[in-house]
Design a protein around this ligand. Structure first.
Ligand code: NAD
Length: 337
C-alpha cells in the first residue's frame, strides 16, 4: 500500500523501514502532523499512518474520505485523538497497535516515582557541579506505602505487579477489574477509596468522556496531603489548573507526568531556543517537586520495534482482508460500550 506517514521523527523512519525491509509497502514520511492544513499531503495515497498528537477530527476524517483514503493506522494504543463517531461511520478503517510491551510504560511510571521520591534528578545536578551535600535530598521508603492504580488494564496491571514487588499495598479502581490481580496483588475498591487511601496514585486508564479531568479540584480534596501523583496515560485526565493550585498548597507533594493536556504544541519538538508560550507548563516546570518527561514512557527499542512491526502487519492484513480484531478501533469501541 502507498502510505503517508505523519509526525515522523528519525526513530520512526529507522524502525518502520526495518519492519518494512521487504518493501511490501511504499512509505512516504512527513515530519508535520496530520491536520486540516496538511490534509492535501495525503492525496494519491491509500492509507495514512499517524501518532498520538495527530488530531483525527471530523474535518480531517471527512477530508480523508474525499481523498479516497481507505485506512488510518495509528502507531499507538490509545485512540482518544480519533473522532470515533466520524471514523466508525465512514468508509475508512482505523487500526491501532493494541499490544506492545506494557512493561515499558509501567517501568517509566516507576522511574518517575523513584526519581521524585529519592530526588535523583537533583542529586545528579548537584554532583556534576561539585556539590556533594545531601541536605534536603531525603526521600521516603516505598515498602509499606499504599499505591493507588486507576485502570488495571495491560499497563496498570504490570505497574501494580512491580509496586507489589517493592512491598507496597496496592489498591485499585477499574470498572472492569482483572480477576488475576485479585489473588494477592491488588485490592479493588471504589475510586473515592483509592483517592483517600493512597500515598502514590498512578493513572493508567484511557482518556474517555468519563475520565476527562478525573483529577480535578474535587478529587484532589479527597487525597492525602502530600500525595504523589503520576500520569503516564493521557494529559487530559488531569485538570492542570487544579493541580497547580494543589501543588502551591502542598496538597500534592510530588507530580510526575509523561503526558500533558496541551502537549501537541510542545512534545516531540526541540523548543530549547524558543520562548515557551504555554504558561501552564512553564509554571509546572518551576516546581522543584514536579518531574516532566515528554511522552517517552513507551520509548524503548523493544516497543519501537513492536509498534513498527504491528503497523506494517496492519497494512498487510488490511490488504489481505485479514484484520486482527484487537487492533480494530471501532470493534474495540463497541466492546467497551
Ligand atoms: P488497556 O485498555 O489495556 O487498559 C485500560 C484500563 O482502563 C482497562 O482495564 C479499562 O477497563 C480501564 N478503564 C476504562 N475506563 C476507566 C475508568 N473510568 N476508570 C478506571 N478504569 C477505567 O490500556 P493500556 O494498554 O493499559 O494503556 C492505558 C493507557 O496508557 C492508554 O489508554 C494510553 O492512554 C496510555 N499510554 C501511554 C503511553 C505513553 O507513552 N505515555 C504509552 C501507551 C499507552
Amino acid at each position: 500500500m502507498k502510505v503517508a506517514v505523519f509526525s515522523t521523527r528519525p526513530y520512526d523512519i529507522e524502525f518502520l523501514d526495518k519492519a518494512n525491509s521487504e518493501k511490501k509497502h511504499e512509505l512516504v514520511y512527513f515530519e508535520t502532523s496530520l491536520k486540516p492544513k496538511t490534509l492535501r499531503l495525503a492525496e494519491d495515497f491509500d492509507a495514512v499512518c499517524v501518532f498520538v498528537n495527530d488530531a483525527l477530527t471530523k474535518e480531517v476524517i471527512d477530508g480523508l474520505v474525499k481523498l479516497n483514503i481507505k485506512l488510518i493506522v495509528l502507531r499507538c494504543t490509545g485512540f482518544n485523538n480519533v473522532d470515533i463517531e466520524s471514523a466508525c461511520n465512514s468508509s475508512i478503517k482505523v487500526l491501532r497497535v493494541a499490544g506492545y510491551s506494557p512493561t515499558t510504560v509501567a517501568e517509566h511510571a516507576v522511574a518517575l516515582i523513584l526519581t521524585l521520591n529519592r530526588k535523583t534528578h537533583k542529586a545528579y545536578n548537584r554532583v556534576r557541579e561539585g556539590n556533594f551535600s545531601i541536605d534536603r535530598l531525603s526521600g521516603f521508603e516505598l515498602r509499606g506505602k499504599t499505591v493507588g492504580v486507576i485502570g488495571t488494564g495491560r499497563i496498570g496491571a504490570a505497574f501494580a505487579r512491580i509496586m507489589k514487588g517493592f512491598g507496597c499495598n496496592v489498591v485499585a479502581y477499574d470498572n472492569y477489574p482483572d480477576e488475576s490481580l485479585k489473588n494477592g496483588v491488588v485490592k479493588y475498591c471504589s475510586l473515592e477509596e483509592v483517592f483517600n487511601l493512597s500515598d502514590i496514585i498512578s493513572l493508567h486508564c484511557p482518556l474517555t468522556p468519563a475520565t476527562n479531568r478525573l483529577i480535578n479540584k474535587k478529587s484532589l480534596q479527597l487525597m492525602k496531603r502530600g500525595v504523589m501523583l503520576i500520569n503516564t496515560s493521557r494529559g487530559k485526565l488531569i485538570d492542570t489548573d487544579a493541580v497547580i493550585d494543589a501543588l502551591k498548597e502542598g496538597r500534592i507533594g510530588y507530580l510526575g507526568i509523561d503526558v500533558y493536556e496541551q502537549e501537541e504544541k510542545l512534545f516531540f519538538k526541540d523548543l530549547s531556543e524558543m520562548v515557551i508560550l504555554d504558561d501552564k507548563i512553564s509554571r509546572l516546570m518551576t516546581f522543584p517537586n514536579v518531574l516532566i518527561t515528554a511522552h517517552q514512557a513507551y520509548f524503548t527499542d523493544l516497543v519501537l520495534t513492536q509498534i513498527a512491526q504491528t503497523t506494517i502487519q496492519n497494512l498487510t492484513d488490511f490488504e489481505n482482508g485479514n484484520i486482527n480484531t484487537d487492533n480494530q478501533v471501532c470493534i474495540n469501541m463497541m466492546r467497551r460500550n
